[in-house]
Design a binder for this molecule. Structure first.
Ligand code: GCO
Ligand code: MN
Ligand code: MN
Length: 389
């Protein structure tokens, strides 16, 4: 019987803000006093997590002096070393302080936009000092409720100008750092710009250094919009742009629930884990989730353990799927091969290939009569997931 014990090689990570979430929601205040960042790292290390992620202000209070920052960083570096936990990703809080209430990079006020750039550069320096190889941009306040208040074309340009500035900054400093852009359709803004992973992928190709920039898709964000997270991740993977991933649980069409990974839609999560494993995604798997508001401090750690355990169970199920003779037989049956057509379809355009396709005789009725036993296939998957196979 597998124990589903997380190993460092699983590359499971948690944001300081995830296990440190005090349970605040729009209707009520904190229900827990989180332990300090240092203690969170220590505990995550004990549980087998590989890394920790942070916003600048998860560690360094807003407005702290350089001396205060140095002391905090030193203590944090020593707990990272002691616990064997790495700083896997860093990011900037461009959403909590009221100065960002109408956006950071897309604010109409150049002083706010400039302050945001200052904060990001300082935060990049901090992330690099802590050893983070990935820097996430999530534009939580980059959006609107009132369309008359901003020009969305100008907003897109401002977002791009900011990112181009930061990639140049990274190159100028000689940092070894990649960026990952995280999309979200809404919340906290009525509409957030660049609302989906697909939108981010399109945007990246317009940047000055697209090779330095990938995506950080989040289960909850795509699911809120009623989209398939599995497909969004697949597209990013295929484009070589899956630099980071935020895993959690979410029901479609709701506010951002940030549930424990795997809490909702087992099938979608199974295929997601299978995708990451089959295609050898080797970046961090970040559980960007919150313990329930009902959780006491012990239950917070059950939440963290549950995220990792669930991933490992799905990984085990993916291996079962790949080894299941009946499932694989159906897969072979539907994965039709054709000695003449496959090389043409897999290859590039040539006048010869165009001519061959144009003159090929197809029997459309015979093709339409091919058996596609998908009811049977899906039931096998269901049985496998529910543990009766
Ligand atoms: C959210 C987002 C954030 C970001 C984080 C890192 O919905 O609040 O998912 O948790 O992931 O700010 O950029
Ligand atoms: Mn989120
Ligand atoms: Mn996230």
């Amino acid at each position: 019987m597998a124990t589903y014990t997380p190993q460092k090689s699983d590359k499971f990570t948690f944001g300081l803000w995830t296990v440190g979430n005090p349970g605040v929601d729009p209707f009520g205040g904190a229900v827990r006093t989180p332990v300090t960042p240092v203690e969170r790292v220590r505990k995550l290390g004990e549980l087998g997590a590989y890394g920790v992620n942070l916003h600048d202000n998860d560690l360094i209070p807003f407005g702290a002096s350089a001396t205060e920052q140095d002391a905090i960083v030193k203590e944090f570096q020593s707990v990272l070393a002691e616990s064997g936990v790495v700083c896997a990703m860093a990011t900037t809080n461009l959403f909590s302080h009221p100065v960002f209430k109408d956006g950071a990079f897309t604010s109409n006020d150049p002083k706010v936009r400039a302050f945001a750039r200052q904060k990001v550069m300082r935060s990049i320096d901090l992330g690099v000092e802590l050893g983070a190889p990935i820097y996430v941009f999530w534009g939580g306040r980059e959006g609107v409720e009132i369309e008359a208040s901003k020009d969305p074309v100008t907003a897109a340009k401002r977002f791009r100008d900011a990112l181009d500035f930061f990639t140049e900054y990274v190159l100028d400093q000689g940092y070894d750092l990649k960026f990952a852009l995280e999309a979200k359709p809404n919340e906290p803004r009525g509409d957030i710009y660049l609302p989906t992973t697909g939108a981010m992928l399109g945007f990246i190709s317009t940047l000055a250094h697209p090779e330095m920039v990938g995506v950080n898709p989040e289960f909850a964000h795509e699911t809120m919009a009623g989209l398939s997270f599995y497909h969004a991740v697949a597209q990013a993977l295929e484009a070589g742009k899956l630099f980071h991933i935020d895993l959690n649980g979410q029901k479609p069409g709701r506010y951002d629930q940030d549930y424990r990974f795997g809490q909702e839609d087992y099938k979608q999560n199974f295929f997601l884990v299978k995708l990451l494993e089959d295609y050898g995604y080797d970046g961090p798997k970040h559980f960007d989730a919150h313990p329930l508001r009902t959780s006491d401090p012990d239950d917070v750690w059950e939440f963290a353990k549950g995220c990792m355990r669930t991933y490992l169970i799905f990984k085990d199920k993916a291996a079962q799927f790949n080894a299941d003779p009946e499932i694989q037989a159906i897969w072979r049956q539907i994965s039709v091969r054709d000695a003449v057509l496959d090389p043409i379809l897999d290859g590039k355009y040539s006048p010869q290939n165009a001519q061959t396709l144009k003159s090929h005789a197809f029997d459309a009725d015979a093709l339409a009569a091919q058996k596609l036993p998908y009811e049977k296939l899906d039931q096998l998957v269901f049985d496998l997931l529910l543990g009766v196979r």
